[in-house]
Structures are given as structure tokens and as C-alpha cells.
Design a protein around this ligand. Sequence first.
Ligand code: FUB
Length: 330
Amino acid sequence: MNTTTVKISRCLLPIICLILLIGCENSVKSTYKFKRDGNPLVKHLFTADPSARVFNDRLYVYTSHDEDTATYFNMQDWHVFSTKNLNEWTDHGPIFSLNDIAWADKWAWAPDAIERNGKYYFYYPVERAKIGVAVSDSPTGPFVDKLGKPLIDNTDQVHEIGPEPIDPGLLIHDNQAYMYFGCRELRVVKLKDNMMEIDGGIMNIQIKGAENDKESEGRGWYGEGPWVFERDGKFYFTYSNGWGKESSIVYAIGDNPLGPFEYVGRVMDPVNSWTYHGSITEFQGKWYVFYHDQTLSQNGFRRSVCFDEITFDDEGKIIPLKIDYYEKQE
Ligand code: FUB
């Protein structure tokens, strides 16, 4: 090294240290611990669209993040919350954001995540038209968009992919991964083992009897937010049936991840928000429904994640969760 190089290095050293320090500060600040105090679960920021997953005996809830002053769903990033006992929670901060995606600029909506072969795959809809996938070695990230392009993109393919391919919901059964998605029109694809490529075509799902469900304000039987889970050999297909005051999260049951499913009814009472989006998972021997409401803000663009235990009857039907929001407000 000559004298000039040494001088430059000496000048740069404090700057490099400062940058590293700021980086550490940020990652420390973005982790926030809190205790559950009833519903909503998350009170320090607005969160929505919870997808609850259990990885290595710990529960993780992946959410979208409504802005504090939102007047539309202009969300920028996604959070994950985790717990080992449902009482003590950690907000792991923004685990992925629009800044991490080269091909999307807006609308960081309802995500999901799943583990396969020791890797964690984070699926996210953006721009009401595309779904991407990012990968990490940890459920809390950092996630990286290794694909570098959308996994699903309805540009010039609205007929096949649907008018609004949002809300990815994942299922792995018998070593086959499925991704359900869509608003107003429901679709499903199989994924290859690498979890970043579609295997085969875009498929529809049949839910027998759902056509009689009239809660979607004239926009068909299906709203958004598909979520599929398995219990005692049956597949439960849950989704929002619309945006009306009497809409809610409803479900159907089938013998196969691709259906057909038989419509059953409500998972829970309507919440006090005009979007209904949730997930159901088993944790430490009990079942829970995660959903969002607008109790904290009274504003449907500033929502809050909640959860409650649910139970099943002897036939495997969900005993619908009672909430009575409207009674509470009187
Ligand atoms: O959070 C934005 C959108 O609102 C979601 O993608 C929908 O499911 C609805 O909750």
C-alpha cells in the first residue's frame, strides 16, 4: 500500500464504521417484543391479511402492513410476528419490501410463506396483477427475490390467470406444492420442487354449493383470501365470500387439494371491516383463526391482526366463531 492508499483508507474507516453502526441500529430497532393483550394482537402498527404458519414448534404470522395515514391499500412492506406460547410475541420488523423487488412499484398486499427442504419461501402479491416469491434460510428473513421476475403475471393473460391475481395461499401435500390465489376469480397452480416455477397449467377450483352463497355484493360467490389446510385427512378450503356487511370468511371441505370441495358455511361472524382475510392453523394441539379488523382505527385501510381459538364438531365442521362486533359498538 502506498501513502495515498493508507490515507484514503484512514479517512474511509470512520465512514464505513458509521454505515455499519447505522445498519446494526436499524436491524435492532426493527425487532419489537410485546405481550398479547386481547384483540387486536398487534397494536403498535396497522397489520392485515395474516397467514399463520408453524415452523420448528414456533408460530409465525406473516402480514401485510397498512400505513398509519392510509386512504387506500398503498402498502410498502411486509412483517412477520412470532411466538412460542401465544402470549409473548416478537415483531421481526419489515422482512421484505417493495424496495427489494426490481419489477414492482406498488401495493404490497396479502402474503404467505412456507418451508421446503430447509428453505423458507415468501409469496407476495403486488400491483394487483403479479405474484412474486422470495427465499431465505430463516422464517424471519432476510428474503431475496432470487427469481428476479414475477411467478404469476396476468399481463395479456387475464382470461387464463384472472382479473386480479392476489392473495397467494400455499399448501404442500404429498410432496406437491400448490398455490391458490385470486380476487373475484379463484385459480390454483402446482409448483415445481424448487418452489419458484409453475408445474403445468393454471387451474380452476370447483366449490359445490357455493353458488348459493349470496354475500359477495353481486360479484360472484368468491371474494378473495384463499387458504387451505388439512385436518384428519380432509382439506378445508377457506376464503372471503365478499365485501358486504354480512360477508365473512367461509369454507368448504374436500378430499383432494384440487377439489372438488363442498361448501359448508361461515368460519366466523363478519368482522367490523369490509375486507375479510384470514388463515387457520393448529398450534400446540389447538386450532386458531387469524383475521383482521378495524377496531383500532375505525378505518378499513388501517387494519389490525387478531386471533381466536376455534373448535370443530364431531363431524369435523368448524363451530363458527362468534364475535358480535356490531353489538359491541352499540
Ligand atoms: O390488504 C390488501 C387486500 O385487502 C388483500 O390482498 C385482500 O385480501 C384484502 O384484505
